[in-house]
Design a protein around this ligand. Structure first.
Ligand code: SAM
Length: 236
């Protein structure tokens, strides 16, 4: 059977059964294999694909889905990954990460705001054994008693002016050498007067000076205005 030739990033994505590109009404959507069948988290569609149930992953609701749509070259989060997720909020993106890592992986989900953390626990962590909520401030990584061993991927989306420093401190403590950090940069939280691209470049320089190799910088527009994602590798 002759199959439609896919773009490279789609082939890479689909080497992992937990992430698919699924067409609905002619539009390609990313979707993740639902770990909790029949249950959705934020009103996302559940669809059957090759006999399995997938959750459509909305790039307007999740910056990680937006990064995939905008051409992220590699998805570092895979089946079995241990992920430290900073800024879990109510768990929209955490739930998709939980689908991807599966039951052999773990998501340590850090969120200090009690109101949203309650939703994270009720809607996501209580139904998904691989999500461990940590109600702490990411400025104090030494206070996460739940995290054990080294982490494969640190994901940081906390919209704070010092978010890069916070992310680096967490990586120094938990990320394995060669591990990946995905840093969401909300440029307006850092400097509203600067060109957003210059803010992202400034944060990337900070990362390079702290032992990270920058692999890719992704502009998240039109899904998120004035946001970029930095994909970097922790070298030492
Ligand atoms: N990542 C979420 C998603 O895609 O579903 C959205 C995150 S929202 C933009 C930012 C979150 O970071 C908020 O829930 C906020 O409470 C949290 N946050 C802010 N400061 C933080 C800190 N110092 N440590 C950990 N989380 C923080």
């Amino acid at each position: 059977m002759i199959r439609e030739r896919r773009r490279t990033e789609e082939r890479d994505l689909e080497s992992d059964d937990a992430i698919r590109w699924i067409s609905i009404n002619g539009e390609k959507n990313t979707a993740t294999l639902n770990l909790v069948k029949g249950h959705n988290i934020y009103g996302e569609k559940l669809v059957k694909y090759e006999g399995e149930e997938y959750r459509i992953w909305d790039p307007f609701r999740s910056k990680l889905a937006a990064a995939l749509k905008k051409g992220m070259k590699n998805m570092p989060i895979k089946n079995g990954s241990k992920v430290l997720y900073l800024g879990a909020s109510t768990g929209t993106t955490v739930s998709h990460v939980s689908d991807i890592v599966g039951l052999s992986g773990l998501v340590f989900a850090v969120e200090p705001a009690t109101r949203v953390a309650r939703e994270l626990i009720e809607n996501v962590a209580s139904k998904r054994k691989n999500v461990l909520p940590i109600l702490e401030d990411a400025r104090k990584p030494h206070s996460y008693f739940a995290v054990f061993g080294k982490i494969d991927v640190v994901y940081c989306d906390i919209a704070q002016p010092d978010q890069t420093d916070i992310a680096i401190a967490n990586c120094l403590m938990y990320l394995k050498t060669g591990g990946i950090m995905l840093l969401v940069v909300k440029t307006r939280s850092i400097d509203v007067t600067m060109d957003p691209r210059a803010v992202v470049a400034q944060e990337a320089t900070k990362l390079k000076e702290s032992g990270f190799q920058i692999d890719q910088i992704i502009n998240l527009e039109p899904f998120d205005r004035d946001h970029g994602m930095i994909y970097c590798i922790y070298k030492s």
